[in-house]
Write a protein that binds this ligand. Structure first.
Ligand code: P6P
Length: 333
């Protein structure tokens, strides 16, 4: 169903529910509560300087990364609002070592939520756009509560995924498997309004996005891939422009709208890659494929990878289909 610009995300979720005769409304209710969490985070991200919550929390997370106050706020907001819904059996967050169980005083549900509450948070203090990334799956274990097997599902099992980018405006980009839609938060109304219906990523872009500061740590094949996109070959539309913000959601979002390739390859310091499979690569791969793009780890389709660990890292090549195919073919040659 074509959604008219100006539609709210609430209407889109309800329309999606009505397409499923067997739908109970549980998923819609879960998604709407997640959206409330995202609005709260947006308010605090945009007011951070005034609310004096910019800066370091004085703690570190499982990734041994220094937590920013907003990281902790965003993580706690999602956990406290989502555990109460009665639609989740558990959650996994970049900020938490283990699975987050639902407290016994709350009912459990049939879904699991995996998320990065505030990706790119090292950019908070310098006012660079950051984001929240999320993926929702059905519970697969038969037991009461969540087990690791509920989280170690391939991304192809995802039933909904997306991200919010807290930038010049706050934008929610999501898919429930029927196209990719962008909603811009109207701060006056406090609702996400459809601003980018049916996003499609160009088959080929003109931008590559990578941290070239890692060049000395890459293997020869990776260097060849990056040099290919830098090569002076006007007949083939190269060199591509280089754009790198250092905030995954921002770099991904630009390429989703304009086309291009984002890559975070392995390097000597990150032999498995830096980005996490469950709550960074998978939701963005879900979005990009439903927008007509592609995502691999340099060999395999990201959504085919069966995770072995909660915080598993993965090399990531994601964006326009032709650009990802070219990089992947050069790496797996
Ligand atoms: P580097 C931010 O810390 C992050 O997790 C992603 O948002 C971003 O794409 C990447 O790391 C940047 O890493 O090594 O280039 O600073």
């Amino acid at each position: 169903m074509e959604q008219a610009i100006g539609t709210t995300v609430t209407k889109l979720i309800m329309d999606e529910q009505r397409k499923q005769p067997s739908a109970t409304g549980d998923f819609s209710s879960l998604f709407m509560e997640l959206i409330v969490s995202l609005k709260l985070i947006s308010y605090h991200v945009n007011k951070a300087g005034l609310l004096n919550i910019i800066g370091r929390a004085g703690t570190t997370n499982i990734q041994d990364e220094e937590q920013q106050k907003l990281d902790v706020f965003a993580n706690n907001t999602i956990i406290s609002k989502m555990e109460y819904t009665g639609h989740l059996c558990g959650m996994a967050s970049e900020e938490n070592d283990a699975i987050i169980d639902i407290p016994p005083e709350y009912p459990e549900g049939k879904y699991v939520l995996m998320f990065d509450p505030l990706d790119g948070s090292s950019n908070i203090d310098v006012n660079v756009s950051i984001g929240t990334i999320f993926g929702i799956y059905r519970k697969v274990s038969a037991s009461q509560g969540a087990t690791l097997s509920d989280f170690l599902q391939p991304g192809s099992n995802m039933i909904a995924g997306g991200y919010v980018i807290y930038g010049s405006s706050t934008m929610l980009v999501l898919s429930t498997g029927h196209g990719v839609h962008g909603f811009t938060l109207d701060p006056n109304v406090g609702e996400f309004i459809l601003s980018h219906p049916n996003i499609r990523i160009p088959e080929r872009g003109s931008t590559y996005s990578v941290n070239e500061g890692n060049y000395c740590r890459w293997d020869e094949k990776t260097r060849k891939v990056v040099n290919y996109f830098k090569e002076d070959n006007e007949a083939e539309g190269r060199p591509y422009k280089s754009r790198y913000i250092g905030s995954l959601v921002s770099d991904f979002h630009r390429n989703l709208l304009y086309g291009g390739l984002f890559l975070y390859p392995t390097d000597v310091k990150n032999p498995s890659g830096k980005l996490r499979l469950l709550y960074e690569a998978n939701p963005l791969a879900f979005i990009v494929e439903h927008a007509g793009g592609a995502a691999t780890d340099g060999e395999r389709r990201i959504l085919d990878i069966v995770p072995e660990q909660l915080h598993q890292r993965v090399p990531l090549f994601i964006g326009s289909k032709e650009d990802v195919a070219k990089a992947t073919s050069m790496l797996s040659a």
